[in-house]
Design a protein around this ligand. Structure first.
Ligand code: GLU
Length: 174
């Protein structure tokens, strides 16, 4: 069974920290209103379903569509990353401004940081969320320190990538 640490429980440091910030991955839709809320993160359920055995800690930083993130929000994410005792950190995040947050984290040295999200909510049957979280977990374990984006079955250099909104996919940039 995975060891899920609460914040710094017994001074233990988890193998992987997952910070949740919102985005479509955690959205709940309400047909009657044609609107959505960002619900409690699905990450813990996905990791338990996958019977992940490495230790992890999950911390919610905010619940926002990434189009609503402010500079202060990005500063809070960066501070949370810098203050965390963990070396390997996954951040769940909306895809529209994921590359912008990656740039804001660019000066975070010495940690392996993987941003991940989903183009379709995890609560939908046909969602890329579970696959993407699996990619992010693998990347967090094997990638060198730096900022990475795990989306569309690809591990991108987080500082050299953009979302192509027409294609609904991330593409590397030179
Ligand atoms: N506007 C959404 C966001 O960036 C786009 C869909 C998504 O979450 O990936 O939060």
């Amino acid at each position: 069974m995975a060891r899920v640490f609460a914040a710094k429980e017994n001074g233990a440091v988890a193998d992987v920290l997952v910070l949740t910030t919102g985005g479509t991955i955690d959205k709940l839709y309400f047909d009657a209103l044609s609107t959505y809320q960002i619900g409690e993160s699905v990450v813990d359920r996905v990791l338990k379903t996958a019977r992940v055995t490495l230790s992890y800690r999950i911390a919610e930083v905010m619940r926002k569509d990434s189009l609503e993130l402010t500079d202060d929000d990005r500063a809070l994410i960066a501070r949370t990353v810098a203050d965390a005792p963990e070396q390997r950190i996954i951040i769940t995040h909306g895809t529209d401004t994921m590359a912008q947050t990656a740039q804001a984290l660019g000066s975070t040295a010495g940690k392996t940081i993987v941003l991940v999200g989903a183009l379709s909510p995890a609560r939908f049957a046909e969602s890329d969320a579970t696959f993407n979280l699996g990619m992010a977990f693998a990347t967090a374990q094997v990638a060198a320190s730096g900022i990475w984006i795990a989306m569309n079955g690809t591990v991108f250099d987080g500082l050299r990538v953009r979302k192509d909104r027409a294609a609904n996919a991330f593409v590397a940039v030179e």
